[in-house]
Structures are given as C-alpha cells and as structure tokens.
Design a protein around this ligand. Structure first.
Ligand code: CTP
Length: 438
C-alpha cells in the first residue's frame, strides 16, 4: 500500500485545495492530510486565517478524499509523521518547490502544479476591505501603520495628526490631515492614539458618525464616559475596542491560561512593573495613562475587578498638575493582593511576577512584549521555560481581532468590558486626587 501525506491550512476551502487533494490521493492508496493548528499558522506568519481549526478540518473531511486527518502543531512534525505513519510520498503544491527537499531522506517528495488564479489570501482580501484611519501622535502611529501591512482585509486610508511633521512620514496617496472630520468622512474604522484627554471626545464623534473604534487604553478617563461609549457603540451597531497590545501576545495568553488552570496553585499575588524614561519626543502621557492600563491588565485578568481596597501612591512632577513621574498602586482582594508600579520618570525592572501556592510565574523585562516566561517551583528540576513567537509586539494580532470583529459584527476583543471599565475607574480616582502624594 502506498501511503501519501500532504499538509495545508485549507482556510475558506477552494477549488485549488480540492484539485491538490484529488491529485495527492491519486499518487497512492491511502491519503493522510495534515491540517495546520492555529498557533502553528500564527508562528509561520499566517495571521488571519478566518476559519477555526475545526471548520477547516470539516472542509477537508467533506471532500471524502482523506483517509485520515491529522493536526500539524509544531516545527519538525513532518519528519515525525513520515516515520510514524510509514509514509511513501510527501506532496504539496508547487508554491513550495525546493522547501521540502530535505524530506527526501525519508520518502519521495512530489510537488504538484499549483492551480492558477485562486488562493485563500485572495478570497480573504476580496471580502469587504476595511479602510482604517489612524489618529494621534507619536511612534505608535508609525508602528500601527507598518503592522497594518500584514493584515488582510484592511487598508490604511488616512492619518490625522496634530503634529504636522509626523504627517510627512507617510505616503502622500493617503489622506494626511489635521482635520479629524475629514478623516472620519473617509474611513470605516479608526485607531486612536492621541493624548488620553482627547480619547473620549474623538471616540464619541467617530461612533456618532458610524465609524468603528480601536482606542489606545485608557479609552476614557471616567468610568461613566466609558460606559456611555460602549452603549453608543452598541446602539449604532459598531465595534469599540480597548487597545492594549500585550493582551494579544501569545506568551501572555498562555501564561494566563496556565495560571488560571492552577499550574502554580492559587494565585496569591500579581506584581507588574512598567517604566520608561522620557525619550525627548515630546510625549506627554503621564505614568498612569501611559503604563497603567498595561500593568493593570494581568491584575484584573487574573484576580478580577472586585478588589476590596486600593491604595495609590504617586510622585508628581512639581511643575505640571497631576503629571505623575511614578505611581505605585496596591490592591487588596479577599484572598490575594496585587501591585503595579508605573513610571515615566523613574526606571525599574519591567518584570511580571505571579505568585501562587505551588510556584510562581516569572516574566522578564520587558514583560509587556514578551515571547518568553518561566514557571518556577521549590524543586528547581520542575522549572519550565516557555517560548512563543511574538510578531509586531502583538499589534498585528490586535488588528486582526479588530477587523474580524467588524466583519462578524461581534466583538472579538481579548479585553473584557469590565476590565476597560475598571481601568477608567482607576484613572478617575487618580484624577480626583485620590492618591498619596510622595
Ligand atoms: N494549493 C494549490 N493551488 C492553489 C492554492 C493552494 O495547489 N491555488 C495547495 C498548496 O500548494 C498546498 C495546499 O493547497 O499544498 C494547501 O494550501 P494552503 O496554504 O492552505 O492554501 P492557499 O490558498 O495557498 O493559502 P494562502 O493564500 O493563505 O497561502
């Protein structure tokens, strides 16, 4: 019996996939199809596969061509599979010519002519394209612009910046304007990264004008305003999402999952530090707005938002009102504690430590853009290190989630609305001077 194996993503199953599977089957007597897992795809740069693994497996099964379907989960699995299933022929489309020659040591390798004129990427791009406008100032604007190039189904239509000089960084076939209304009239969605004091007004205006909003956290500096914006988004059938890129990092999501599954026992303490010294770019976000949302994220995602008490200590810059150079917040929960340290004028080790009754999770600096963490135990031999690829600091995955939410008309945000609310409430307390001045 000749056994054949082939691998693919099979997103939005199309004629090209069908033809490939037919010819693969014809090469032998028994066909095994490896369907790539979502994480594996992410790691090799296919970030906006639209269908779930289950849906993609179902499409392959429905052809009736596969005698067996397996899931491809890791680099190097092909060799393992070929040995395990005693494969005679490995085959893929001609877009991969040469790439799998190394497998000839184990079996025959056949490249089948790729069907012209059809691909999952094309089908994904033909779906409604979302035109995105970028609003605000600073390097994040450039980062989002660059990252948007990796996301199917999205085109940047224009940039609105208060900083005329910054507009010069972008292609002039875009709408480059200082007029927010002009931008709103020409886009379907916006990403806001203006000064936090402008977020609420800009988000509100966009939502009133039928434009979806992804807004750098904090979306609003008052809880009431935040609730009003989410209500408005709902009423107008629009997506409003809080932007904290760390929420979309694979490593961060894995550590949340492991902590919640009890890997380190009960979580007793979450300690997050995020600091950066002013880079002279005129960036005027204070510590609590610049870093607070990111540092608060693991606290609220792990311990929830029902804390009993919080205590804010801030060091203010003399000359400016409520501009904190450094803030430390301590939270008390019924069975746990947490602390965040954020600074724009004080530097510290940017690590995240989650302490539990059986062990702890350690994420080295800068934990908010990590691809790596460790779980450590009393017995060092049980320690484990985890690596996950992080592309574009999480921004591109965040954009994919935003575009997908717009397409499906249902929020796919990784940040629960209660967490966004609590972040705004912390900002509000700080702005109402509910802190101890150091
Ligand atoms: N394939 C093919 N002809 C096409 C598209 C795909 O023969 N027009 C083959 C690929 O070479 C591969 C298999 O089908 O062996 C699965 O491909 P996959 O990467 O899932 O599909 P694509 O349409 O190429 O996806 P994308 O556009 O996301 O790269």
């Amino acid at each position: 019996m000749i056994k054949v194996i082939t691998y693919g993503t099979y997103d939005l199953f199309h004629y090209g996939h069908q033809r490939l599977l037919e010819r693969a089957k014809a090469l032998g007597d028994y066909l095994i199809v490896g369907v790539t897992a979502d994480d594996f795809d992410k790691n090799r740069g296919k970030i906006n596969v639209q269908q779930s693994l289950m849906e993609r497996i179902e499409s392959v099964r429905a052809t009736g061509l596969a005698d067996e379907i397996i899931i491809e989960e890791y680099e190097g699995q092909k060799i393992d599979d070929i040995k395990r299933y005693d494969i005679d022929i490995f085959t893929v489309g001609s877009d991969w010519v040469g790439e799998f020659d190394y497998l000839r040591e184990y079996c025959d390798v056949v490249y089948l002519e790729r069907t012209e004129g059809v691909s999952s990427t094309d089908i994904r791009s033909k779906d409604r394209q979302v035109t995105l406008g970028l609003v605000g100032e600073g390097l994040v604007l450039n980062k989002f612009y660059n990252e948007s190039q990796y996301v199917n189904g999205l085109t940047v239509g224009g940039i609105c910046s208060g900083d005329e000089n910054q507009l010069k960084d972008f292609d002039d076939d875009l709408i480059l304007t200082q007029d927010f209304d002009e931008l709103l009239n020409n886009v379907d969605a916006i990403f806001i990264v203006s000064h936090p004091s402008k977020h609420y007004k800009q988000a509100k205006k966009a939502l009133e004008n039928g434009v979806h909003v992804l807004c750098e956290s904090p979306i609003a500096l008052k809880e009431e305003e935040l609730c009003e914006l989410f209500k408005l988004a709902k009423k107008n059938n629009l997506i409003l999402m809080d932007s904290i890129k760390t929420a979309y990092s694979t490593a961060y999501n894995r550590l949340l999952l492991l902590a919640k599954k009890g890997k380190i026992g009960d979580v007793i303490s979450v300690d997050a530090t995020c600091t950066s010294l002013a880079d002279g770019s005129g960036d005027d976000w204070n510590s609590i707005t610049a870093w607070g949302p990111t540092a608060l994220l693991p606290v609220f995602q792990l311990l929830g938002t029902d804390y009993k008490d919080k205590n804010i200590n801030s060091l203010l810059l003399d000359s400016a009102e409520n501009f904190d150079l450094f803030t430390k917040i301590d939270f008390t929960y019924p069975n746990a504690v947490a602390s965040i340290k954020v600074g724009k004028g004080v530097k510290s080790e940017g690590e995240l430590i989650i302490s539990g009754t059986k062990g702890y999770i350690y994420v080295p600096a800068p934990w908010w853009k990590t691809d790596y963490f460790e779980i450590r135990f009393e017995n060092q031999n049980e320690n484990k290190k985890y690596f996950y690829q992080l592309d574009g600091e999480g921004i591109r995955y965040e954009l994919v989630a935003f575009i997908k939410s717009i397409e499906l008309n249902k929020t796919g945000s990784y940040i629960d609305i209660n967490i966004s609310k609590e972040i705004s409430s912390v900002m509000e307390d700080f702005n109402n001077n509910k802190f101890n001045n150091l």
